[in-house]
Design a protein around this ligand. Structure first.
Ligand code: COA
Length: 367
């Protein structure tokens, strides 16, 4: 049975930064309160011209370059996102087109902030089954579009960004060792975005009622997160006969420093074994785990051979954890420049549009 290795990783955040002091100019809050209650100092906010697919494409091309894998070699793309570009088409299909991954099946996965772990697990299972060899797993968000900038309970928390992993089959043991996924829909109403779906299609009333914004019972979510995080880590470790002593790093979903601190206490692990960057990005939902991973590698924290646990939680309610033996790129002599495939993809799109235009001219003449 092949193993599923993480052979490439990339992240991208929009350039504009919104600090706590900037927020204090538009709502009744202050830097001290936000830092004390969440650990967040600043977050990146997408420009009007940036969307989950555009952020994801940048992160994905970096991950593919790292793995030395051409987009055309991808069999599968899963984009986990809580802020999809449309209800359909899937954001994953927009990414598939923009990077020129012509052979890949692509779909979105919605498990809110646990989405990246769920998506990576699904891709790993597909690799292990032998049905595919190469997958791209993405977490990408522009949640800033869905927060009410007048609601100080929520708008201080979220930031925009994207992260991506390339997963590849290899006979060498290692890579994704185990994963657990859990859901409890009875807690669905503690974190919601109700407007725009088929139960509350967009109307003047839904807009007036603010149904297109994230609504949250912060305390309930806090209690839930601190209850499930540590347990999920232990469960995923036990699945492969490991304990926290075998682990070099925990990379948690970056929602709130205090939640991570509580999980560390539960696990009786020092906080310096946790990769934490919530200070600079806020909660980027599905993107937070891959972004923290990329930074951990860049800082020289996460190294080949290390055992790392990813753990996340979010709306649904959902939560999950994944144990990984970090490997890094599979050695190869080829030098792939994924950027070139983006140019081919643009050219292909241009030609397709031109053909459609010419066809429409002819069909008008026939009428
Ligand atoms: N700035 C200043 N004051 C604020 C504030 C803000 N941004 N937000 C709330 N307050 C005030 C409240 O109005 C309240 O004032 P009061 O006591 O006069 O009524 C006080 O601060 C305490 O508010 P409370 O809601 O009890 O704060 P908290 O300690 O529970 O922290 C959260 C609020 C949202 C930071 C915290 O509950 C949390 O992080 N929950 C988890 C959220 C999360 O992670 N969601 C995403 C999951 S994927």
């Amino acid at each position: 049975m092949p193993f599923a290795h993480i052979t490439g990783w990339g992240m991208f955040v929009p350039e504009p930064v919104l600090t706590n002091n900037d927020l204090a100019k538009i709502i009744d809050t202050n830097d001290e309160w936000i830092r004390d209650h969440t650990g967040i100092r600043e977050r990146h906010i997408a420009r009007e011209t940036e969307f989950p697919s555009t952020l994801a494409v940048e992160a994905s091309l970096k991950a593919l370059a790292m793995a030395n894998l051409a987009p055309t070699e991808l069999d599968l793309i899963i984009c986990s996102t809580s802020s999809p570009e449309y209800i359909f088409p899937a954001t994953a299909c927009l990414i598939q087109d923009q990077i020129g991954a012509t052979k890949a099946g692509a779909f979105d996965l919605l498990a809110a902030c646990s989405g990246f772990i769920f998506a990576a697990n699904m891709a790993a299972q597909a690799i292990r089954s032998g049905s595919i060899k190469n997958a791209l797993v993405i977490g990408s968000e522009t949640l800033s579009r869905f927060v009410d900038w007048k609601d100080r309970n929520t708008c201080i928390l979220f930031g925009d960004g994207a992260g991506a992993f390339v997963l590849q089959a290899s006979e060498k043991p290692g890579g994704i060792l185990s994963a657990v996924m859990h859901s409890d829909g009875s807690g669905a109403d503690s974190l919601t975005l109700l407007g725009g779906g088929s139960r509350h299609p967009a109307t003047e009333l839904t807009l007036h009622e603010g149904k297109h914004f994230v609504q949250m019972d912060g305390k309930a979510v806090f209690r839930f997160a601190t209850r499930v995080m540590g347990r999920a880590v232990i469960e995923a470790l036990e699945a492969v006969g490991m304990t926290t002593n075998d682990v070099q790093w925990i990379i948690p979903h970056q929602a709130n420093f205090r939640i991570i601190e509580t999980a560390a206490k539960y696990l009786k692990m020092p906080l310096d074994k946790f990769v934490i960057n919530v200070e600079h990005y806020g909660n980027t939902s599905t993107a937070s785990i891959p972004i923290a991973t990329v930074e951990a590698v860049q800082k020289g924290q996460l190294k080949p051979g290390d055992k790392v646990v990813f753990v996340g939680f979010g709306a649904g309610l959902t939560w999950g954890a994944m144990v990984v033996e970090w490997t890094g790129p599979i050695p190869t002599k080829k030098q792939i420049h994924p950027e070139q495939y983006r140019l081919f993809a643009r050219l292909r799109r241009f030609v397709r549009r031109a053909i459609r235009y010419i066809e429409s001219l002819y069909s008008r003449k026939e009428v």
